[in-house]
Design a protein around this ligand. Structure first.
Ligand code: ASP
Length: 330
C-alpha cells in the first residue's frame, strides 16, 4: 500500500529560478510543479505544505527549532515527512531536527544544487528519492536523514562539501548510510549514535569561532562581553590553539562560560593528546570540553538544545559528553 508522506517546503535553490537581471531568486512555482509530477504520484500519496520560501542563509536556529516542532506535530497524521531546504544550511536544520524530534517515523531533508532554470536540474530527482526513502520500512528509527544525489546520509555526519557540484553532500570519513537505486533503497551501514535532546526551548546565545594562525583573543572577548553561554572553537588538528589565547579561555571558563573544542579538520576527533600550552590536553586540563568528531556548527546547535533543556552549565557539560565524543566506554 502506498504511504502518506507530507512534503514541507522551506525554500532554497530547489524553489528558485534564474530571472533576467536579478539572478537566481525564489519563485512560488515548485509546489504547483510537484503536484503535477507523475513519477511522484507513483511512489506515495504526497501532500505538499508550503511552509516557507526563503534562501537557507536566512534560516536562524530559532527557525530551525520551529521547523522541527512543526515536523513533530504534523507527522502524527502521516507515515513520514520530507523537507525541502536550501543546501547552504541544510546540514544544520537537519541536525537540529535530529536532536529535538520525538518521532521515530522517517524524516528526510533534501534540496537541489541546480535551480528550476538549469539544465539537468536535480530537485525533482532528489524529492522523489527522498519520498522513496521516507516510504521505506528500513528508514524507521534512523534519525533524520539527508537524501541528495541518490545517497542517504545521517543529519549528524552530513556536510556540504562542494559549493557547486550536484554531488555536493558527503559524510567525510564515513561515507553514505545508503543509496537510492532505481529499484530499491539500500542501507549499507548503521549509525548507532543518537544524541536526542527533548526540549521545548533552545538557547541561541552560543558562539562559534574558527581558529586561524596568529589569532588573538578578540573574538572570544567579544563573546564573553555579549553574554554567550558557551563558545565553540574550531581548533587546529586534534584540538590545539595558539598559547596566546589560553588566558582569555581561562577567563571565559572562570565566568562560567562553557568552552567547547572541535576541530577545523575535515575528519577525525579532537583528543587530549598535546600537553603544550594551548594543546588539546592542556585545554581540557583547564576546563575546556572536547567535542570528539562533532563539527563545530553542530556542536553549537547541540549546546543550544542542551541549554534549552537543562539551563545549568554543569548539567549541559555532563550531557554534552557522549561516548562517541569523549571516548568513554559504555
Ligand atoms: N543559496 C541556496 C540556499 O541555500 C543554495 C541552495 O539551495 O542550493 O538557499
Amino acid at each position: 500500500m502506498k504511504k502518506n508522506i507530507l512534503l514541507i517546503m522551506t525554500g532554497g535553490t530547489i524553489s528558485m529560478k534564474n530571472v533576467a537581471d536579478l539572478g537566481v531568486v525564489p519563485t512560488s512555482e515548485l509546489a504547483d510543479f510537484l503536484t503535477k509530477f507523475p513519477q511522484l504520484k507513483g511512489v506515495a500519496n504526497v501532500e505538499v505544505m508550503d511552509h516557507l520560501n526563503i534562501p537557507s542563509p536566512y534560516m536562524t536556529p530559532v527557525m530551525m527549532f520551529g521547523l522541527a516542532k512543526l515536523i513533530d506535530e504534523k507527522i502524527i497524521d502521516y507515515d513520514g515527512v520530507v523537507v525541502t531546504h536550501g543546501t547552504d544550511t541544510l546540514e544544520e536544520s537537519a541536525y537540529m531536527a535530529d536532536l529535538v524530534l520525538t518521532t521515530r517515523k522517517p524524516v528526510v531533508f533534501t534540496a537541489a544544487m541546480r535551480s528550476g532554470s538549469d539544465l539537468g536540474l536535480d530537485g525533482p530527482r532528489n524529492i522523489i528519492g527522498s519520498v522513496r526513502v521516507a516510504s521505506h520500512p528500513d528508514s524507521h528509527d534512523k534519525g533524520v536523514l539527508v537524501v541528495m544525489n541518490d545517497e542517504i546520509h545521517t543529519a549528524r555526519d552530513v556536510v556540504k562539501t562542494d559549493s557547486g557540484k550536484v554531488d555536493a553532500f558527503g559524510s567525510p570519513g564515513l561515507g553514505p548510510l545508503g543509496l537510492v537505486d532505481p529499484d530499491t533503497v539500500i542501507y549499507h551501514r548503521n549509525c548507532p549514535y543518537r544524541e536526542s535532546v527533548w526540549t521545548d526551548f533552545i538557547e541561541p546565545n552560543i558562539d562559534l569561532i574558527r581558529a586561524h594562525c596568529g589569532m588573538d583573543g578578540k573574538f572570544i572577548k567579544t563573546s564573553i562581553e555579549s553574554g554567550a553561554k558557551a563558545i565553540v572553537i574550531e581548533a587546529f588538528g586534534r584540538g590545539n590553539l595558539p598559547q596566546e589565547i589560553v588566558p582569555i579561555i581561562k577567563e571565559a571558563i572562570g565566568e562560567g562560560i562553557l568552552i567547547i573544542i572541535a576541530s577545523r579538520t575535515y575528519t577525525g576527533r579532537v583528543l587530549p593528546e598535546y600537553g603544550y600550552i594551548g594543546g588539546g590536553k592542556n585545554l581540557e586540563d583547564i576546563g575546556a570540553i572536547l567535542a570528539g568528531d562533532l563539527k563545530g556548527s553542530k556542536a553549537r546547535l547541540r549546546l543550544m538544545a542542551l541549554f534549552g533543556a537543562h539551563k545549568d552549565a554543569d548539567l549541559v557539560r555532563k550531557h554534552f559528553i557522549s561516548p562517541r565524543n569523549s571516548g568513554q566506554e559504555n
